[in-house]
Ligand binder design. Structure first.
Ligand SMILES: [Zn+2]
Length: 403
């Protein structure tokens, strides 16, 4: 039975750009390895962000893995809590909590506080916990700007409307306030509580020595995507006893893997940015393929460059993904029966700097896929491929050979 591997290029899909002569960044970049998957396999498109759900990476990656976020999405906070081994009590509401930069005029300037250094963010979160942590509030450090806030107690609700910080660039914070998503007293109380905490923590951060002299200080906390403890069906149970491994630098993707009972493989030096340890990730994926039926290899860097609106860096990140991830893995698996798929989890058009719901291009090569007419891997060509439009668990079942 063939094994299978997904190359997941976070945020890679884009629009045709005038400055690239009407090509997309994926089309303009040199990507011989991804093109070889299209040329020796079949293309199609995949719906990763169904209507009604946040346009976030956790939803999109859940979709790619066939876990139907429409029914099963627990919220990003809880997924990352699982990733970090935080044991949530039944009443706990876990929030993803960014450290962000809001300009002195009150405009969201940077969802990542300048990709804040890990040691600095850990210290700030520790100091926030020292100052504001109590029986109802816990600040928990993650990686860089990606941290957690847990509210403890049945007086709190997760039915809150929020704004994703990376979709809020250039918007005044008065237009980005939390609001209740239902009529419960708990939702109203949670909004009131967090609005007050938002203000008090901003005052604390404004005078913090670690923020002094920074062009992108961590001026505010930004709680979003709350939820309770997740309850996902394990991967093996979902897919006829098959085993799965996941490799990523990002807490939320690792958390998704843990929630789904997959083996989460840690790679030293995996940063989630263009300085990530590509070679280590490629090697770890090949190794994992020897003792798992399925490997999910997620690379974050392209998404980050897209959110920054940096086209040159995006092109570089796409070429790095092709030459340092896809090519070496394909090379190392030459003599194995493997179904390979390559796709992004969602587009991040560089001109919009945020995620869109457009179905993403997919290329699949291996025993599960025939060979169609499409010769290069691209947003514009994939819709004409033999795989057609896919959604739900169609891609996973194709790769795993499950009818
Ligand atoms: Zn993503």
């Amino acid at each position: 039975m063939a094994k299978s591997l997904i190359f997941l290029a976070d945020g890679m899909a884009d629009h045709n750009l005038a400055q690239l002569g009407g090509k997309t960044p994926l089309e303009a970049a040199s990507t011989p390895a991804m093109d070889s998957i299209a040329a020796n396999g079949s293309c199609g498109t995949f719906l990763t962000l169904p209507e009604g759900l946040p346009t976030s990476s956790d939803v999109a990656n859940m979709s790619v893995l066939g876990f139907y976020p429409e029914k099963n999405y627990p919220g990003r906070g809880p997924i990352e809590a699982v990733s970090q081994g935080v044991d949530l009590a039944p009443d706990d509401v876990a929030w993803r909590c960014n450290l962000v930069t809001v300009s002195p005029e009150g405009v969201m300037q940077d969802y990542s506080a300048g990709h804040i250094d890990n040691a600095v963010s850990r210290q700030l979160i520790a100091d926030l916990q020292q100052e504001f942590g109590c029986s109802t509030v816990s600040f928990i450090p993650g990686v860089s700007y990606r941290n957690l806030l847990v509210l403890h107690g049945e007086e709190f609700s997760d039915k809150i409307k929020y704004h994703k910080p990376d979709s809020s660039h250039g918007i005044h914070i008065d237009d980005l306030q939390l609001s209740p998503a239902d009529n419960s007293a708990e939702a109203a109380y949670t909004v009131k509580f967090l609005t007050a905490l938002f203000k008090r923590t901003a005052e604390f951060l404004a005078s913090h020595p670690l923020n002094r002299g920074k062009s992108s200080p961590a001026s505010h906390i930004w709680p979003w995507s709350p939820g309770h403890k997740p309850d996902l069906m394990p991967f093996s149970q979902r897919y006829n006893g098959k085993t799965g491994a996941i490799i990523s630098a990002v807490d939320v993707i690792k958390g998704l893997g843990k929630c789904a009972g997959m083996d989460v493989i840690e790679v030293p030096g995996a940063t989630g940015y263009i300085d990530t340890n590509y070679a280590g990730k490629a090697e770890a994926a090949v190794k994992a393929l020897h003792d798992h039926d399925f490997v999910y290899l997620h690379v974050e860097a392209i998404d980050e460059c897209s959110h920054e609106g940096n086209l040159e860096l995006k092109l570089q990140a796409i070429e790095d993904f092709d030459s340092k991830i896809v090519a070496p893995v394909l090379g190392a698996c030459k003599n194995m029966a493997v179904n390979f798929a390559v796709l992004p989890d969602h587009p991040v058009p560089i001109e919009l700097r945020k995620h869109t719901r457009t179905p993403v291009p997919v290329a699949v090569m291996g025993p599960a896929a025939g060979i169609d007419e499409i010769r290069t891997y691209s947003e514009n060509l994939a819709p004409d491929g033999a795989l057609g439009f896919m959604k739900g668990d169609q891609l996973m079942k194709l790769l795993l050979g499950i009818k």
